[in-house]
Design a protein around this ligand. Structure first.
Ligand SMILES: NC(=O)c1ccc[n+]([C@@H]2O[C@H](COP(=O)([O-])OP(=O)(O)OC[C@H]3O[C@@H](n4cnc5c(N)ncnc54)[C@H](OP(=O)(O)O)[C@@H]3O)[C@@H](O)[C@H]2O)c1
Length: 342
C-alpha cells in the first residue's frame, strides 16, 4: 500500500568518465510505501555527504557494489520518525538511519540508531558520534596503535575523518601533523583542531615541508588520500611504523596515480622499514570498540574534541555539496540540512 506523502529522491543518472558533475545525478518523485511490521517511516532532516559515493560511481570492484543507473543514491541521515510499527520508536523520535538522498525513507527499525540529544546535537550522529567518528577512532586505535610521544600524520586533515583522527591522537599524547590543501585550510586545521602543524600538499616544497614538520619521523601515517601525498610520507616513516589505510581519495574522481615505479618504491619502504599497512572499512572494527560512543560523547562534552560542520541548506544543495567536498572546498564534516525537526 502506498502512503499519501510524495517523496523526492536523487538517483544515479550516468557513469562519469572523468570528474563527476551534477549531470550524473537525476531527481525523481516517488510514492512512499506504508511501513510494514518492523519498519519506520522517517522524514530526513540532515543528509551526510561522503566520498565513498564517488567510489560507487565507478564500475569496478570495490568494498561496496557499483551504483546501477537509475538506482537511488544511498547515504546516512539523521531523521525524524513519522510513523512507526515497532514499539521501540514513536513518532517524533530522532534516529540515525541509512536514509539515502531523499526526503523520506522507510527503513527497518532494527537498523535505526536512536539519537540521544543528551549526548550531543543531532548532527553529531553523522559526524563525531557516527560513521565518520568511528572511522577515525577505530582506524587510529585498532590499526595505528599510537603511543604517547609518537608522531601521527594524517592526510585530508581538515576534513571530517582527518580532523577527528588528529584530535584523538592529541588526546593520546601524540604529536600531530596534518596534510591538507592550501595555506588557509592548513592554518584553520592548526587553529581549530589543535594540530601541532599542518602542511600544504599543493605547495611546491611539500615533501621538504613535511619532513621539516616531522623532525622525529612518522610513527603512524593515517592514509586518506594516496598518490603523491603518501609518496611524500613513505620515506619519513620510522621503523615499525603503522599505516591505517582508510581512503585513497586522490584516485576517486577521475585522477589516477600512473607512475609505473610507484609500487616498487612503495614495497621497498614496506620491507626496509618493516611497516605494517592495513586497509579497513569502518564496519570491520565496530566490535573492537564498544566504548566508542561514551568516550567520544565525553570528549565532545568536555571540549576536548571539536566538531566542525560544513553545513549546506536545502534539498537542491545536496549534489553541489558533494561535488564541492570532493574538490576540497569543505572544512570539517559536510552535511545538508533539508528540513527542521518538528
Ligand atoms: N575506510 C572507511 O571505512 C572510510 C569511512 C569514511 C571515510 N573514509 C575515507 O576517508 C577519507 C576522508 O573522508 P571524509 O568523509 O573525511 O571526507 P573529507 O575529508 O571531509 O573531504 C574530502 C577531502 O579530501 C581532500 N581531497 C580531495 N581530493 C584530493 C586529492 N586529489 N588529493 C588530496 N586530497 C584530496 C579534500 O581536502 P583538501 O582541501 O585537503 O584537498 C577534501 O575536502 C576518504 O578517503 C574516504 O574515502 C573511509
Amino acid at each position: 500500500m502506498t502512503n499519501a506523502l510524495k517523496n523526492r529522491q536523487y538517483v544515479f543518472a550516468a557513469r562519469p568518465e572523468d570528474q563527476a558533475t551534477a549531470a550524473r545525478f537525476g531527481l525523481v518523485e516517488t510514492d512512499l510505501p506504508e511501513p510494514e511490521t518492523g519498519q519506520i517511516l522517517c522524514r530526513n532532516l540532515w543528509l551526510s555527504v561522503d566520498p565513498y559515493l564517488r567510489l560507487k560511481m565507478h564500475d569496478r570492484e570495490s568494498y561496496t557494489p557499483p551504483l546501477q543507473i537509475g538506482e537511488a543514491i544511498p547515504g546516512t541521515s539523521v531523521a525524524q520518525v513519522v510513523t512507526s510499527t515497532d514499539p521501540a520508536f514513536q513518532a517524533g523520535d530522532l534516529v540515525a538511519i541509512a536514509g539515502g538522498w531523499q526526503e523520506y525513507a522507510v527503513v527497518k527499525a532494527s537498523g535505526a540508531q536512536r539519537v540521544d540529544p543528551a549526548l550531543s546535537r543531532p548532527e553529531s550522529w553523522l559526524g563525531a558520534l557516527g560513521m565518520t567518528g568511528f572511522t577515525a577512532y577505530g582506524g587510529l586505535i585498532s590499526i595505528g596503535q599510537p603511543k604517547a610521544g609518537e608522531t601521527v600524520v594524517v592526510s585530508a586533515a581538515g576534513g571530517a575523518v582527518g580532523s577527528l583522527v588528529g584530535q584523538i591522537a592529541r588526546q593520546m599524547g601524540c604529536r600531530v601533523v596534518g596534510i591538507a590543501g592550501g595555506p588557509e585550510k592548513c592554518r584553520r586545521t592548526v587553529e581549530r583542531f589543535g594540530f601541532d602543524a599542518c602542511v600544504d600538499y599543493r605547495a611546491t616544497n611539500f615533501p621538504e615541508a613535511l619532513a621539516d614538520a616531522c623532525p622525529n619521523g612518522i610513527d603512524v601515517y593515517f592514509e586518506n588520500v594516496g598518490g603523491r601525498v603518501s609518496a611524500a610520507a613513505m620515506p619519513l616513516l620510522n621503523m615499525f611504523a603503522r599505516v591505517p589505510v582508510c581512503g585513497l581519495i586522490s584516485q576517486y574522481d577521475g585522477q589516477s596515480g600512473t607512475d609505473p615505479n610507484a609500487l616498487e618504491e612503495f614495497m621497498r619502504w614496506v620491507l626496509v622499514r618493516r611497516l605494517t599497512l592495513r586497509g579497513f572499512i569502518v564496519y570491520d572494527l565496530y566490535k573492537n570498540h564498544p566504548e566508542f560512543t561514551q568516550t567520544m560523547a565525553g570528549w565532545l562534552r568536555d571540549g576536548k574534541i571539536r566538531e566542525e560542520f560544513n553545513l549546506h541548506q536545502g534539498f537542491d544543495q545536496v549534489v553541489p555539496a558533494f561535488l564541492s567536498m570532493l574538490k576540497g572546498k569543505s572544512f570539517g564534516k559536510t552535511l545538508v540540512q533539508i528540513a527542521e525537526p518538528v
